[in-house]
Design a protein around this ligand. Structure first.
Ligand SMILES: Cc1cc2nc3c(=O)[nH]c(=O)nc-3n(C[C@H](O)[C@H](O)[C@H](O)COP(=O)(O)OP(=O)(O)OC[C@H]3O[C@@H](n4cnc5c(N)ncnc54)[C@H](O)[C@@H]3O)c2cc1C
Ligand code: SF4
Ligand code: SF4
Ligand code: SF4
Length: 498
């Protein structure tokens, strides 16, 4: 067939880098058996369905190890990787559906102090100027508590500019949204992290969502990309101990795996940490989060892949696309077509986030020790005075349960960290209490207990003629930082008598 000379090639547009482009890019990528091993089998998430072995002539199912086994030369064709039910090979799974991707930055001089390209704030300015919204939900810094976010209803572009910048911790944005709805605002822009956006999406779209049949307000969801957030009650004391004056901090920023702290917005960072250093202060919820790009938003805005002072933007819905393009045509923003470099960076990070939860392993450690006379038994057991103020109010640090292994004659004490950050150097003391006296004291230190991790301790029970002596056992836990964080006496009884 000859080419029709009158048919010219279509011009390149930003749509070249949309969904179809990503699909082709992923399809063209060679994924090998090595990646299947690394991401799926060694991560412990293989379902042993045997699909990989079923589709490849050089793979066999090894019944002994419950794994596929290479019995010939792998060509790296990627067929096994692309059939496995546990690999992520579909762009929608990675970053959600979107209509158009852009790189954008503000044209408004007052917004130049935005977190990255100032796109979110510029969109809010456009929406207020055009009377497309009568309120927006943003998160501002609490004036009484430095760098703690407070979700706010704002009604002007001046306030949108004041709210610019990122605070890397959870903000209760939906509470402010509900207040705005109760105050009768009808068209509301909602800015939030992917988890915030999911809440609003569920409220508006799920069968039992309380805003599903609600006609009085329209909500435009502007989502922020988000890799993780931090628990302020744990992160900020760490910063302060490291000499940072939070009241002087003008900006916090996460860039290329580092957390930077600035005293001047456009100056050099006063301190920088690797994300790995701050990992223990991460909110526990974020370990289980798989959404980098706010997949349920109308417009998603982030910085990854876009370069300094710019944003990566996905317009996901018709209304989202119209708003971004109209804001650009009216001069609020400069938008450029999204390109392969931006895309690679987003795909890489999105995949990292999707698979990160595979690596969360709940450690279950079982320690059995013979009781040691490591301390003088106390003569009288009574609750000790609290010496250290508890920063969590009445929130429990540890939840503790017990079980008797009658065969092994062991009391299993299961300790679970019930706060969202690592507890360090927990001193555990277990002792039998008889009337006012204590015996068989046993003490150990758990170096670190990760959020919601459980550790089982085996405490050998007293026996007479090989029969368990059922008594009362006191379990106490304390840390240097928080003082006594747990104290309870368990009354033991044979199982059938309970
Ligand atoms: C917890 C968190 C983690 C993030 N992680 C990443 C990441 O890993 N990769 C990436 O590319 N981008 C990430 N971002 C997004 C990034 O920091 C910018 O918000 C985004 O690029 C938009 O930039 P901008 O210049 O348009 O923002 P601006 O114009 O400065 O506007 C930012 C808006 O975000 C709102 N806001 C600030 N803090 C919060 C909060 N805690 N919760 C809800 N809303 C808030 C502000 O009210 C403001 O309206 C994260 C943001 C947050 C809040
Ligand atoms: S040859 Fe292809 S299908 Fe077989 S193991 Fe290698 S990558 Fe997988
Ligand atoms: S296809 Fe994937 S899940 Fe199934 S056996 Fe192979 S590696 Fe495991
Ligand atoms: S990582 Fe997920 S859960 Fe954590 S703040 Fe971001 S969107 Fe929310």
């Amino acid at each position: 067939m000859t080419e029709n000379p009158t048919e010219s090639k279509p011009e390149s547009t930003q749509y070249d880098y949309s969904f179809d482009y990503i699909q082709k890019k992923l399809e063209g990528k060679k994924d090998s058996y090595g990646m299947l091993m690394k991401e799926i089998i060694r991560a412990g998430i293989c379902t042993e369905c045997g699909t990989c072995a079923a589709v490849c002539p050089v793979l066999e199912w090894d019944h002994l190890s419950g794994q596929p086994k290479l019995v010939g030369k792998c060509t790296g064709c990627g067929i096994c990787y692309n059939q496995c039910p546990r690999t992520i090979t579909d762009p929608i799974q990675l970053m959600g559906e979107f209509k158009t991707g852009y790189v954008s930055n503000t044209n408004i001089p007052e917004v130049l102090g935005g977190q990255d390209g100032g796109t979110v704030t510029s969109l809010l300015c456009y929406l207020f100027d055009e009377h497309l919204i009568d309120a927006a939900i943003v998160s501002m810094k609490d004036p009484d508590n430095p760098w703690h976010p407070v979700a706010q209803i704002i009604t002007s572009k001046d306030d949108a500019i004041k709210a610019s910048g990122s605070i890397y911790s959870h903000s209760q944005t939906v509470e402010a949204l509900m207040d705005a709805i109760r105050e009768d605002y009808r068209s509301i822009a909602f800015v939030g992290t992917p988890c915030n956006i999911d809440a609003v999406d569920k409220m508006t779209n799920s069968p039992a969502g309380m805003l599903k049949y609600f006609m009085r307000a329209h909500i435009l969801k502007i989502g922020l990309f988000c890799m993780d957030s931090f628990a302020p009650e744990a992160l900020y004391p760490f910063f302060e101990n490291d000499g940072i004056d939070l009241t002087k901090v003008a900006k916090m920023d996460i860039n290329k795996g580092k957390f930077h702290i600035y005293y001047e917005r456009d100056g050099e960072p006063v301190k920088s940490y690797t994300i790995a250093q701050l990992d223990k202060f991460k909110s526990s919820s974020c370990n289980f989060c798989t959404d980098l790009t706010a997949e349920n938003a109308d417009i998603s805005v982030g910085s990854v892949g876009s370069g300094a002072k710019k944003n990566t933007v996905f317009a996901r819905t018709g209304i989202g696309t119209e708003i971004v393009e109209d804001a650009a045509s009216k001069g609020y923003l400069t938008i450029e077509p999204y390109n392969a470099i931006n895309l690679n960076a987003v795909l890489f990070l999105a995949k990292l986030k999707k698979v990160s939860q595979y690596n969360i392993q709940k450690r279950k450690v079982f320690i059995v020790r013979e009781p040691r006379e490591v301390e003088e038994p106390r003569v009288e057991t009574k609750p000790e005075e609290e010496t250290v103020a508890k920063p969590l109010g009445s929130r429990k640090f540890l939840s503790v349960s017990k079980d008797i292994d009658e065969g092994e004659k062991i009391l299993k004490i299961s300790l679970t960290n019930s706060v969202g950050y690592i507890l360090e150097d927990i001193k555990i003391r277990v002792v039998i209490v008889e009337e006012l006296f204590e015996k068989k004291p046993w003490i150990t230190t758990i170096r670190e207990l990760f959020p919601f991790e459980s550790i089982d301790i085996g405490y050998p029970l007293e026996t007479v003629d090989d029969e368990i002596v059922y008594s009362n056992v006191l379990v106490e836990a304390s840390t240097e930082k928080y003082g006594k964080i747990f104290s309870r006496t368990f009354k033991l009884a044979p199982k059938e008598e309970k």
